[in-house]
Design a protein around this ligand. Structure first.
Ligand code: ZN
Length: 425
């Protein structure tokens, strides 16, 4: 299981790659791919199917009980903080050719410096009279964000300050900037002539593969643990529910754009999930009344990584809610609704963990620090669903390279599987 996660992490440098890889796994297991813009037939709506739109995916396994449209959902997000290539990226100065980037979300900026960075994403190319979307990723490093030498910044260790506009522009060649350079290179990556490159969503990623580290390899270090671990666990659990054959409706919703607020066409604060669920219900032969009744009786598990207690900063954590790595997934509570967890939804998740024999922890944020948020409150509000926010513990959240305990991977998958009442391995 852990090696399958390492493979997934390395295969998912962007949301587009993540949903592509997960969709292939679903298709291989017998799920029917549905067009986001097409007409859906009754059979896939009632059984196992998925739909991909841009960097987001919704998949389901139909219910077999008296209310086959009522069930439980698991949501997660596919995006991670990174550096994204601007539309007119050819820049540089003093003998350096640089790629203009914009910071996406809230990365720990310094963690992107002095790393070997690749580029990955999607390019829209002209293809005859139409356009086509093509994915690519580099196998080798093409970018580098160099830090300033200590001799030129004697205060660097007293607090390194990086300006999002000025200090993060990667170098990718020597010489003078050449207009059209990046577009032509992107065309090469996807097999298109420079004049056929229309637009792109391309980001930098750390080329260092995911790895097991520590004396006994108890830790897992990788880019994008937040939130590919949750995406991976959600799909693993859905595959287990699919294999089980019978049970309530099980839905996975993987949203894009959580790191920038989720208010997009494929984000958790948009209409897409509600539309997909209603289209599924109508295609399955239900009417809107039945769909709304079923929705009212459904529950959502919002999966996003949790903060493990940091050994060097224990004072940053609420003393009564220090979540330990390797001690199981955490339910995330916040009385100010930064997390959507309610008493009833928390009880439902704890019960699922009990049936799977998975230990569960409870996270509450330090009272003097502003709490982060996730897709839970947005999806809960948009669909009026009782929702529990849950996540595996990790350190270094939003660093280019994050770390978690290997021992939390299988229990997280088992807890999500049990959420759907499916047998756990
Ligand atoms: Zn997250």
């Amino acid at each position: 299981m852990v090696h399958a996660l390492l493979t997934h992490l390395d295969a998912s440098p962007t949301p587009f790659h993540a949903v592509d890889v997960l969709a292939r796994r679903l298709a291989a297991a017998g799920f029917t791919p549905l067009s986001p813009t097409g007409t859906w037939d009754e059979a896939p709506a009632r059984s196992s199917a998925y739909v991909v739109r841009d960097g987001a995916l919704v998949a389901w396994v139909g219910g077999t009980g008296p209310r086959p449209g009522r069930g439980r959902l698991v949501g997660a997000h596919t995006d991670s903080p990174c550096l994204r290539v601007r539309p007119q990226p050819d820049t540089g100065v003093l003998g350096y050719r640089q790629v203009g980037v914009e910071v996406y979300g809230s990365p720990i900026l310094a963690s992107w410096a002095d790393r070997d960075l690749g580029l990955a994403g999607r390019v829209v190319v002209r293809h005859g009279a139409a356009t086509e979307v093509r994915l690519f990723r580099t196998a080798h490093a093409v970018l580098r964000v160099p830090l300033l030498a200590i001799h030129l910044d004697r205060d660097a260790n007293e607090g390194l300050r990086l300006d999002r506009q000025q200090h993060l522009q990667p170098v990718w060649a020597l010489g003078d900037p050449a207009p059209g350079d990046v577009a032509a290179w992107l065309g090469e990556q996807v097999g298109a002539a420079p004049e056929d490159v229309c637009a792109w969503d391309v980001s930098a990623f750390d080329l260092q593969p995911a790895a097991l580290v520590g004396r006994d390899q108890e830790l897992l270090a990788s880019a994008r643990l937040d939130n590919q671990v949750s995406c991976f666990a959600a799909v693993e659990a859905l595959l287990a529910r699919h294999a089980a054959g019978s049970g309530d409706l099980a839905v996975v919703a993987l949203f894009d754009h959580e790191e920038v607020g989720s208010t997009t066409a494929t984000g958790a604060d948009g209409a897409w999930l509600a539309q997909v669920l209603e289209r599924r219900a109508l295609a399955a032969g239900d009417d809107r009344r039945t769909w709304l009744e079923d929705l009212a009786g459904s529950q959502l598990l919002s999966a996003d990584m949790a903060h493990a207690v940091h050994p060097n900063y224990p004072e940053r954590h609420e003393p009564g809610h220090r979540v330990r790595p390797g001690a199981g997934p955490a339910v995330k509570h916040n009385e100010n609704a930064r997390y959507a967890t309610t008493a009833t939804s928390a009880a439902a998740f704890v019960a699922a963990c009990g049936t799977a024999d998975v230990p569960v922890q409870h996270y509450s944020h330090h009272g003097a620090l502003p709490c982060g948020s996730t897709i839970g409150p947005l999806a809960a509000a948009g669909l009026a669903l009782d929702t529990v926010d849950v996540g595996a513990p990790m350190l270094s959240m939003h660093s280019a390279r994050e770390v978690m305990a290997v021992a939390d991977v299988a229990p997280t998958v088992a807890a999500f599987t049990a959420w759907w009442g499916a047998p756990t391995a």
